[in-house]
Design a protein around this ligand. Sequence first.
Ligand code: DGL
Length: 280
Amino acid sequence: MKTLLSTQPGPIGVFDSGYGGLTILGKIRELLPAYDYVYLGDNARTPYGSRSFEVVYEFTRQAVTRLFELGCHLVILACNTASAKALRSIQMNDLPRLDPRRRVLGVIRPTVECIGGLTVSRHVGVLATAGTVRSESYPLEVHKLFPDITIYGQACPMWVPLVENDEAGGDGADYFVRKYIGQLLQKDDRIDTVILGCTHYPLLLPKIRQFMPPRVRIVAQGGLVARSLADYLRRHPEMDARCTRGGTCTYLTTEAEEKFTESASIFLNTAVQVSHVSLE
Ligand code: DGL
């Protein structure tokens, strides 16, 4: 059945499987504070990192459809796993059917675009969820733009649970941060640039810096995605005109509201008002 979507301008939608996308939203709002935003976290079904292509696609499609129904004309998938496994299918299969004038953008392309200018050795690592690594999205995108770069993926399955359980600063995190960095650098000691290819990982940045050799540059995505969005809105005035500017941000979660408020404060350093939303 075709959904009836409003043609009125609306907020920019920001979607993540859980809380990680708040790191991206924070940077976007820093750079583009005038716009209105709706953040949707599928906290009830997180993590996506270990789920199959079909499931991540279905969950992400439901979330994007809901954000469109809420008036968004532009949705950012602030989740690497959803960007890796669902973005292309949504752009190809769902947008033409839902509304060909709406847009869904991911976080992988804006990250990859900057990599060519950062690495000197042309050997790059990506730390990400198992799903993102398995999808090979980073190597595929990097090779399209920079065929001379060799790229290695390392899955870090324990990092999201550490962050979600507010253990990113705890002693227990040391073991897993050191472990995955060691496994990545063992693949090639010429790696001079490492992408944090999961929106949760900036929360582990102090520990990642502690255990990463100083010669390695660490690339977090928030600022890159924010700059890329600003550039996109500049290049697409027709989309810019469909994004309202009231400086507000609405938070939605598929989990219990109290739980989101409690955990979101880890990411935002401030309490937020959130409403429950059901996606199925
Ligand atoms: N936010 C997700 C990402 O950037 C990771 C969390 C999850 O596994 O759902 O990949």
